[in-house]
Design a protein around this ligand. Structure first.
Ligand code: FAD
Length: 292
């Protein structure tokens, strides 16, 4: 299907994009990689009257470390993260960058665009949540930094308001003795997740878990923080039983719907399995071996 008619505007700077967004209000949508927006327009699920194409803005595709964070600009493509030595040091982020869609989609799709789209089965919302990310949002009234849990409001809804643009996402640099991992189950390469999970743990000097962050996706209306697992993990020593209990916490809160990717029971079970897998991998990356 063809999209409904729309006006196309090219922005050559962030200021120009913001002024076009201010001028056209709720009629306007930003076009980044177009991998979610264009299909939605073709199926008439989205009918923006004006597309503000931010691709001509130079210098917005950065990947850099700044003020204790990996900073990913609004035009950094998934493929750039996948092939970056800098991102490789952020293992959870690197894991996610390699399994989003397929290599062709990753050439165009952006991390920030994915967070702004906030698909309940998207990979980046889950990785960003477990990674403790935040998003820099700019509008006519200035800038604000929004913590990812506040940014991801509901299915296909986030906090970038009318006339605003997400400029970058920041993944905090993991402190010493911290590791994370991201896993997804998909029917075949290029598919959205049947279930996905990410975990990040920090070990204290005594070998106990000083901090933990766990999130799951594709098993509810949006990415979900598994607060029950985080509570169990903090202060505990890594063990097979602990990992299993964290998985149980994920199975408890997962609330998937059955579809052609699987039954609700299967997805619920997989959310738990993937949390366990992510935790075991995180511990292995910390060099302590798979907890027994
Ligand atoms: C075949 C196929 C398979 C896919 N599989 C997966 C998958 O397995 N996992 C997955 O997570 N995703 C998947 N996707 C989605 C893909 O990752 C998209 O690229 C991503 O979700 C959106 O990024 P984009 O840059 O293309 O955004 P766009 O499509 O350009 O925009 C998406 C939305 O975000 C808004 N937006 C974009 N940038 C900004 C900004 N800077 N500020 C404010 N709003 C903004 C747009 O207005 C639009 O509403 C798939 C897509 C396709 C076509």
């Amino acid at each position: 299907m063809f999209p409904a008619a729309f006006e196309y505007q090219r922005a050559r700077s962030v200021d120009e994009a913001l002024s076009l967004l201010a001028k056209h209000g709720s009629d306007a949508r930003i076009l980044a990689g177009g991998q979610s927006l264009i299909p939605a327009m073709r199926y008439r699920l989205a009918r923006p009257a004006v597309l503000v194409d931010i691709n001509p803005i130079s210098g917005l595709d950065y990947l850099r470390e700044d003020k204790g964070a990996l900073v990913v600009g609004a035009l950094a493509r998934d493929s750039a993260l996948e092939n970056s030595a800098l991102v490789a040091r952020y293992r959870l982020v690197a894991d996610a960058s390699m399994v989003v869609a397929d290599p062709v989609v990753r050439q165009s799709g952006t991390v920030v665009g994915s967070l702004c789209h906030n698909d309940p089965s998207g990979d980046w919302p889950v990785a960003a949540m477990a990674g403790g990310a935040s998003v820099l949002v700019r509008g006519a009234k200035g800038e604000r930094v929004v913590a990812i849990d506040d940014f991801l409001v509901d299915s296909f809804t986030m906090t970038v308001g009318e006339g605003e643009m997400a400029i970058e996402v920041r993944f905090p640099t993991p402190p010493e003795r911290t590791a994370g991992a991201y896993y997804k189950i998909e029917r075949k390469v290029g598919d959205f997740a049947t279930a996905c999970a990410a975990a990040r743990v920090t070990l204290g000097a005594d070998g106990a878990i000083a901090d933990a962050s766990v999130a799951i996706g594709a098993v509810g209306p949006k990415a979900m923080r598994v607060a029950g697992a985080e509570k169990l993990l903090r202060g505990a020593k890594p063990s097979r039983e602990l990992v299993r209990s964290a998985g149980d916490a994920a199975r408890t809160i997962a609330d998937p719907v059955a579809d052609n990717r699987g039954s609700a029971e299967y997805k619920k079970a997989m959310a738990g399995v993937l949390v366990e897998r992510a935790l075991v991998t995180a511990f292995e990356r910390l060099g302590i071996g798979g907890p027994k």
